[in-house]
Each structure stands twice: as C-alpha cells, then as structure tokens.
Design a protein around this ligand. Sequence first.
Ligand code: IDP
Ligand code: MG
Length: 149
Amino acid sequence: MDRTFLMVKPDGVQRALIGEIISRFENKGLKMVAGKFERIPEERVMRHYAEHAAKPFFPGLKAYIMSGPCFLMVWEGKNVVAVTRAMIGATNPAEAAPGTIRGDFGMEIGMNVIHGSDSPATAEREIAIHFAPEEIAAYDRIDEQYLYE
Ligand code: IDP
Ligand code: MG
C-alpha cells in the first residue's frame, strides 16, 4: 500500500488541531501506521527542508518548525500522497480552498498548520528521515473491505 509522511506543525499543535486533523484522515479511510510527538532536532529539520535551504523564507521556516513540538505521522492508503495533498490544500492558507485543512484552519503562508509529502519519492525520503522501520506498524483495518472495491 502507498505511504506518505504527514506532520502537524507547531501552530497546529498549539491550536489543538491534532485530533481534528487525524479525524479527517481517519474518516476518509486512510490508515495511520506510525505517529510520534516531538520537537524535531535541527539536523532533521535541515534534511527535511533541504530543497528550501537557499530560499529567503528558509530561516523563518526553520524557526517556525523548531518553535515547538510537532506531531509526525506515516499514513497508508491507495494513492495516499495525492489524496492527502488534496485534503491539505494550497501552501498558502489564504488561497487554500474551503474544506481543505489549510483552507479551514489557517490565515498566512508562514503558519500553514500541516506538512504533507508532495510525491511518492518524497514520501519515501521523508519517512526515512523521521522514522526507523521498527516504528512503523503495519496492520489491517477491519473496514478495509468496505473502503476498497
Ligand atoms: P508545501 O508545504 O505546500 O509542500 P513548499 O513550497 O514545499 O509547500 O514549502 C514548504 C513550507 O515552507 C510551506 O509549507 C511553508 O511552511 C513554508 N513556505 C513556503 N513558501 C513560503 C513563503 O513564501 N513564506 C513563508 N513560508 C513559506
Ligand atoms: Mg513541499
């Protein structure tokens, strides 16, 4: 089954949105297979956001992600990367469609509540940065026969 890396960012944690966000993905039919609550060490923040390291917003992004604990997750489901990116919405919450997480819960691009991998290859890379294989627990959900044809 396809996997992705999702993370409630420090603003989402402080605004007590972890439960709401998990509920959205659970209700959709996706399956959480790993989760942990932590302040991400600098070295992993740098690896995670390596593609943005040279951009002008990077110092602010790094300070934001390290400003408090995050809730890091691995989720499984058919086409999970595209499905969760659609549910998360556009990068800038001011432009994200209503009904998406960023559209419903954010105001500005620098405080956009949640991260989601943008491709299957990115997902594999990001999962490996944040989780050891033994932290991921595969299992069957009892409703899978009514989620998948
Ligand atoms: P994404 O999270 O929707 O994939 P990316 O372009 O990969 O968006 O940017 C990564 C993160 O960097 C964003 O989620 C946001 O937190 C931050 N970011 C991106 N662009 C800006 C900006 O112009 N100003 C401030 N922060 C930004
Ligand atoms: Mg991205």
